[in-house]
Design a binder for this molecule. Structure first.
Ligand SMILES: Cc1ncc(COP(=O)(O)O)c(C=O)c1O
Length: 356
């Protein structure tokens, strides 16, 4: 039986993507070769990379607006380093919003490069909300934020207006909701949530912000190098990029980000309504900042844990244990999770109420 997979990442991908990706391992494009054994310079793979890069810009409505899409490696964690390397001027300054573990990881990597200003932080309240009403220094080289805080279940619903470049870690909500993506100058996301398997990282960057730091950047960490080599500076993560392309094609066929946003809203609404209605549960994130991707919640009475855990396991649910920093439960409802799986979880929560 296929599980209802709530894993926070790597996570569920569309079933048709798993099927097509499996086929490509045995016989890619009817070539008689596996995707795992062909050159990244082969015509077939170059076409995959080109289509994937173009489809990213199409889905984000960024075509013809001066952006480049890159499929890099090293995870979102390497972007924590590449961003200041490529954007913070020598003796420069950067502004960061601290909304969770990953945001503070990005801050740590930026510090050795120059003055790193934390404009606001919700650390004191265990990151249960998104700080608001902060001031971004207008002389900083860029502002960095994290759109969705995977661990703490919070999501930025609005983004500040500023005169400096805006950089956003969208690892856990890319392609899940419609935003004006042209308000961002650099977006990055590890593939392993809404886009594909672990192993590649998407970077979407407005070219005009690059090349201004005055510092020497090693080629492998230099966005301009990757752009000039069309995302093939070194051997890309061939299979991860191909599987990401399959997921992007699935999303396009579904109707793009507008269509998936409606589905994601319905899923989040279904689960949060039950968390708020059911007296046995409580949400951990401030209501106005609740993530539509990762819902974090606790049992009011820990004594019910064993009973609840056995009920959801019996129902075929997997991956809803909370992160150790929050405890309780975390239901990650990425794009590929069907609403039927959310209904199964809601039914289990109701059953617990009935039995206790
Ligand atoms: C928002 C966010 N940023 C960064 C990361 C780190 O990503 P990676 O493991 O690809 O380095 C994660 C991982 O879950 C994340 O959720």
């Amino acid at each position: 039986m296929k599980k209802h997979n709530y894993s926070a990442g790597p996570c569920i991908l569309p079933q048709e993507v798993f099927e097509k990706a499996s086929k490509s391992i045995l016989n890619f494009n009817d070539s008689g070769l596996s995707i795992l054994e062909i050159s990244h310079r082969s015509k077939d793979f170059v076409a995959v990379m080109e289509e994937a890069r173009a489809l990213v810009l199409e889905l984000l409505n960024l075509e013809g607006k001066g952006y480049q899409a890159l499929f890099l490696q090293g995870g979102a964690s390497l972007e924590f380093l590449m961003v200041p390397y490529n954007l913070m001027k020598v003796n420069g300054k950067a502004a960061y919003l601290d909304t969770g573990t990953w945001a503070s990881g990005a801050i740590k990597e930026a510090k050795p490069f120059g003055e790193t200003v934390v404009v606001a932080s919700s650390k004191e309240s265990n990151y249960n909300h998104i700080p608001k009403n902060y001031t971004i220094p207008s002389d900083a080289d860029y502002f960095h934020c994290t759109s969705n805080n995977t661990i703490f279940g919070t999501q930025m619903k609005a983004f500040p207006t500023t005169n400096i470049p805006v950089v956003c870690d969208m690892s856990s909500d890319i392609f899940s909701r419609n935003l004006d993506f042209s308000k961002f100058d650099l977006i990055y996301a590890g593939a392993q949530k809404n886009m594909g398997p672990a192993g590649t990282t998407l970077v979407v960057v407005k070219e005009e912000i690059l090349g201004k730091t005055g510092r020497a950047i090693p080629n492998i960490l230099n966005y301009e190098q990757h752009i000039s080599k069309e995302s093939m500076y070194n051997t890309p993560a061939v299979f991860a990029v191909y599987t990401s392309l399959l997921t992007l094609q699935w999303l396009k066929n579904l109707g793009g980000i507008n269509a998936i946003e409606k589905i994601n809203n319905a899923k989040a609404n279904l689960l949060y309504t039950e968390i708020d209605r059911n007296p046995l549960f409580k949400g951990t994130a401030a209501i106005e900042d609740r993530s539509h991707m990762n819902a974090t919640f606790l049992l009011e009475n820990d004594a019910l844990q064993e009973q609840f855990d056995s009920l959801w396991k019996k129902a075929g649910i997997s991956g809803i244990n909370g992160h150790r920093s929050v405890g309780g439960y975390r239901a990650s409802m990425y794009n590929a999770l069907p609403i039927e799986s959310v209904q199964v979880l809601v039914d289990v929560m109701k059953e617990l109420e009935k039995n206790s």
